[in-house]
Design a protein around this ligand. Structure first.
Ligand SMILES: NC(=O)c1ccc[n+]([C@@H]2O[C@H](COP(=O)([O-])OP(=O)(O)OC[C@H]3O[C@@H](n4cnc5c(N)ncnc54)[C@H](OP(=O)(O)O)[C@@H]3O)[C@@H](O)[C@H]2O)c1
Length: 258
C-alpha cells in the first residue's frame, strides 16, 4: 500500500491565493482539503487536484465543526494521525471609507472573517495538528497588518488582529509540536479581492493596480506559503512579508502611466 499523503486544510480555497495554495500544496504531496462557501468552486478544484472539497463558512461555528469532523474522517480513511498543515487564508476587505464615514457592519464583517473565523478554524483543528506530531499553521496576514493607510482602518484593524492572534498563539503553543507562522503579502493582483472590497466596482478595483507592471500574483504568495509549511519541523518562520518590487512601502508604489 502506498504511503498516504499528509493532510492540509486551506480555507478560502475557492479563489485567489487560497486556490493557488491548494494547487501548490497538492504538487508538494499533500492531500488538500479545500474549504470555502462556494461549493461549485471548491468541488471543481478538489476534483482537479485529487483533494477533498468542504463547503465551510469560517464565521459559522457549526460549519467549522463539520470541517473538523471531515478532517477526522479523512484521517481515519487514510490511516494517518492528525493534520499536518492548516492555512488560514479566508479573509478580505470590505469598503474603503474613512473612519468619519465608516460602516459598522462592514467593520464587523471584516473582524468576523479575518479574526474570529481564523480563531474558530484554528480552535477546531488544533487537536488534530497536535496529534500529527509536527503540525504547522500558516495564517495569511497582510502588510495592512503592519501599517495604516487612509480609508483602510477597518481592514488594517482586522489584519493587525490576524497578526497579533498569530503571535499570541505561538506563545501559547511554545511547548507543543505545532509551528505558528504568518505570511503577509503586500499588493497581490487576484481576480476578486479588490472587486469584493469595492462591492463589484471593476473600475475602482482596477485602479488599485493601475500602472503597476508586475504586482504579486496568487502563485507568488502560494510559493511563500509552501516554503513556510515545508521547512523541517523545528524551523518556525514567524513571519514572511512579501511585496512586489514596485511597492517599496504602502504609499510608495512605482506606477507607469501612458
Ligand atoms: N489580494 C491582496 O492584495 C492581498 C494582500 C494581502 C493579504 N491578502 C489576504 O489574502 C487572503 C486571500 O485574498 P485573495 O486576494 O485571494 O482574495 P479573494 O480572491 O477574494 O479570496 C478570498 C477567499 O476567502 C473566502 N472567504 C471569504 N469569506 C469566507 C468565509 N466566511 N468562510 C470561508 N471562506 C471565506 C472566499 O471564498 P467564498 O466566497 O467562496 O467563501 C475566497 O476564496 C485574504 O485573507 C486577504 O486578506 C490579500
Amino acid at each position: 500500500m502506498s504511503t498516504p499523503r499528509p493532510l492540509a486544510v486551506v480555507t478560502g480555497a475557492s479563489s485567489g491565493i487560497g486556490a493557488a495554495t491548494a494547487r501548490r500544496l497538492s504538487t508538494e504531496g499533500f492531500h488538500v482539503v479545500c474549504a470555502a462557501r462556494r461549493a461549485d468552486r471548491v468541488e471543481a478544484l478538489a476534483a482537479d487536484i485529487d483533494g477533498t472539497a468542504v463547503v465551510c463558512d469560517v464565521t459559522d461555528a457549526d460549519s467549522v465543526a463539520a470541517l473538523a469532523e471531515r478532517v477526522a474522517e479523512l484521517g481515519a480513511e487514510t490511516g494517518q494521525t492528525g493534520l499536518a498543515v492548516l492555512v488560514n487564508n479566508a479573509g478580505g476587505a470590505f469598503g474603503s471609507a474613512p473612519v468619519a464615514r465608516a460602516d459598522a457592519d462592514q467593520w464587523r464583517a471584516m473582524y468576523e472573517v479575518n479574526v474570529i473565523g481564523l480563531m474558530q478554524v484554528t480552535r477546531a483543528l488544533l487537536p488534530a495538528l497536535v496529534a500529527s506530531g509536527a503540525g504547522v499553521i500558516c495564517n495569511v496576514g497582510s502588510t495592512a497588518g503592519r501599517i495604516a493607510y487612509e480609508g483602510g482602518a477597518g481592514y488594517t484593524a482586522a489584519k493587525h488582529g490576524t497578526q497579533v492572534v498569530t503571535e499570541t498563539l505561538r506563545l501559547e503553543l511554545f511547548d507543543q509540536p505545532v509551528r505558528v507562522c504568518e505570511v503577509a503579502p503586500g499588493m497581490v493582483r487576484t481576480d476578486e479581492f479588490a472587486l469584493v472590497r469595492f462591492d463589484g466596482d471593476q473600475a475602482a478595483a482596477d485602479a488599485v493596480y493601475a500602472g503597476v507592471a508586475e504586482p504579486l500574483v496568487a502563485e507568488d504568495v502560494a510559493d511563500a506559503i509552501a516554503y513556510v509549511v515545508t521547512r523541517p519541523p523545528h524551523v518556525n518562520i514567524d513571519e514572511l512579508v512579501l511585496r512586489p518590487r514596485a511597492q517599496a512601502a504602502q504609499h510608495k508604489v512605482h506606477r507607469v502611466h501612458d
